[in-house]
Design a protein around this ligand. Sequence first.
Ligand code: ADP
Length: 294
Amino acid sequence: MPGPAFLTRLLGDHWPRRLRSRPAAAVVVAALCLAALGAVAGSARRQTDEMRRRAQHIAELERMKREFLLLASHELRGPLAVARGYAAMLREGSLGQPPASFRRPLGIMDDKLAEMGSLVDDMLETARLETGRLDLTRSDVDLRDVVETAVAHVRPGVSPRHQLEMELPGRPVVVRGDTERLRRIAVNLLDNAVKYSPDGGAVCCAVGVHDHHAEIRVQDHGIGIAADAQPRMFQRFGRILTPQTSGIPGTGLGLYLCRELARAHGGDITLESREGEGSTFTLTLPLGGAATPN
Ligand code: ADP
């Protein structure tokens, strides 16, 4: 038990003068103070332990959520592929000619299954990203091929109000990358360009080299995005809801995935946009392979 001399050393002039001449009382006061300090320290330690336990619990829940997302989206792909296969067979008449009244519902079913398919693909890719299981299969890729296949993929769904244009240089623009993932980025940017130009107009997809970087530029003349909403678009589930976009289907995962995939390739996606005038998304990638400036 500390005596008054110890308290004098510890507290100097800060403990009451009256106690200095009463050692027993000083010892009692000191004991009480130490007990109080001990109780405070004990409670702080308990609170820290509780906070650590909660943080571990939240981290574990997050991990389980990511694993569930990965498993669920992976398992959904099989049955969905079967449903899409049967829907296509019904529509094409391979299972017998469907009555004319089935044509519209079958078309809607096909569209909705396709929508579900791309949602499941986005969920699966997000889960792979967040569990660190995004394995890129890299090879030398000419971005002109990427854009050509992406445009061919998007074209059938484009309305006659839109003009889908390509600007490709005469020489290859080669990067080291995952062809499937790069095509996915281009398809996503093109899909968005069409989707967010409800009045139609030209959508142009260009390949080029700028500042020693390869790039794919997708430009539209659609609704554009207000400057203050732009940073949110690249966040997970970052849908920008305005009266113009509320009727347009989407999940808000597309641009998040595009940017993460671009960054996994050592590149990025940037945006220039003016509300009501249109947007230009630019995917930049490090030049690789036998790239030559155009
Ligand atoms: P979504 O599935 O909602 O299309 P994205 O992640 O692809 O999700 O895009 C996020 C949001 O960014 C969209 O909800 C939309 O508001 C906005 N956006 C994306 N592309 C464009 C574009 N070309 N023009 C205008 N707004 C766009």
